[in-house]
Design a protein around this ligand. Sequence first.
Ligand SMILES: [Zn+2]
Length: 442
Amino acid sequence: MIELWAVGGYQHVGCKNMTAIKIDDEVVILDAGFNMDVVSNYSGEDSISSLSEKQMRAIDAIPDDSQLKKEWGKYVKAIIISHAHLDHTGAVKYIAPKYNAPIISTPFTYEVIQNLLEGKKIPNKFIRMNPGNKMRISDNIELEFINITHSTPQTVIIALHTKYGTIVYANDWKFDNYPILGKRPNYKRLKSLKNVVLLITDMTRVNEAGRTLSEHIAREMLRDVLLWGNTEGKAVVLTTFASHIARIDTMIKIAKQMNRVPILLGRSMDAYMKAAVRSHVYRLPKGVKVYGFKKQIQKVLKSVEAKRGKYVLIVTGNQGEPESVLTRMVNDEFPFRFRADDYVVFSSSTIPSPTNIARREEIETRLMAKGAKLFKDIHVSGHASREDHRELISMLKPKHYVPTHGDMERLALGAKLAMEMGYELGKTVHIFQEGTHRVLEA
Ligand SMILES: [Zn+2]
C-alpha cells in the first residue's frame, strides 16, 4: 500500500515543503522546509534561529507534523532532502530530531543544513550521497538520487524503488540543457524508469507557457547589460540569491572581463559559498574575496567608496530583505553612498509575496532617487514551465500524479495538464489539501 501525507507545500509557493510517503509499514519523509514568507519577515537570521520549535510552529514558520508524528512517527525510516533551498531544508533542525531516522542529502545540501544548525547537535545520523548513487533504506525501499538542474547545486530528483514500482519526487527542477555548473539532467536514467507508480512534482511555474530557458541565457543577459554598459568609474552592484552559485560564478567571470575585482558581501553569500567550496561543487577563483560579517563589510565598503570603478560588488538583498547588504547600503548604513549612474542589477525575480513586492518597491524608489541606474529581472527561473511538466510526464509515464509546491490555483493547473494527457482527477491525478493523507495505491 502507498499512502501520501501532504504535510506542507500544498498551499503556497516557497512554503513548508514536506511530504511523507508510507509504503506498507515504512515511512519516508521528503523535505522539511521553512515558510519563507514568515521567515523573511524576521529581521536577520539571528532572531529566527533563536526561536524554539514551539515558537516556530506558533508563527507558522515550519510544517505542522504533530499529527504525522503521532500516527506515523515510529515508522519513519529516513528523512530525505531534495536540495538546499530553505523552503526544503529550513525546518530540518526542528523536525528531524523527533524521528529516529537518518537525514539523507547530497554533500552541498548537507553543508547548508550544517550551517543552519549553527553548531547545534541533533541526534539524527547524516548520510551524504552524490547524485547518480543509490542506497538501501530498508529491505523494501531503495533510494536513488537522479541528477537534475535547478537554481542551486546538487539538486536531485528522489527515486524510491519499491515493490509497487518507483516513487519519484521532483520538487524543484528545470530541464537545463546548458547548465553553468554541474551536469545536464540525467534524461537517460529518467527515461529508463519503467514502472513509475507515483510522481510528486513542483508547480511553482506551471502557470508559465512554454519551457524554462537555460541558465546560460541568464549569463548572456548579464553580459549584455554589463559588458556593453557605460560603467567607467561607476559602482557596479549585483544582487542575486546567495544559494545560486552558478549565477554568482557568472558574475565573478563578468567582473574579470570588466577588469574589475569581484567582491562577495553578505552573511548568506559567505555561508553558501563556504558550503559550495566544502562540498567541492565550486572552486572560488583566485583573488575573489567573500565577507560575511558586518564589520568586515563596513571596512571593505569604505575602501570601495573611493575606488568604485575598480570593483564589482555581489551582494545579498535581491528581495529587499531588511538585513541584507543592499538594503543597508541604500539606507546609508555603511560608509558607502550611491552616486548618479551607479549600476544596480537585480539578477532575480521578485518572489511574489506582498512583503517582497513592497520591500523591493521601496529599495528601487530610493535607488532611483539617488540617481542609480536600475536593471531588473536579469534572470531566468530555476523552475519548470508548463511544457517541461508535460515532458516529464511523457518521460516517466507515472501511474499517479501529485502536484505539489503551489497554491490551489497552481495545483489545479498541474492537475488540468495531467488530465489533458489522459489522467483522471481523483483516480490518477490527486490534489491534496495541506495536512491530509490518502491511500494512492492499495
Ligand atoms: Zn528550490
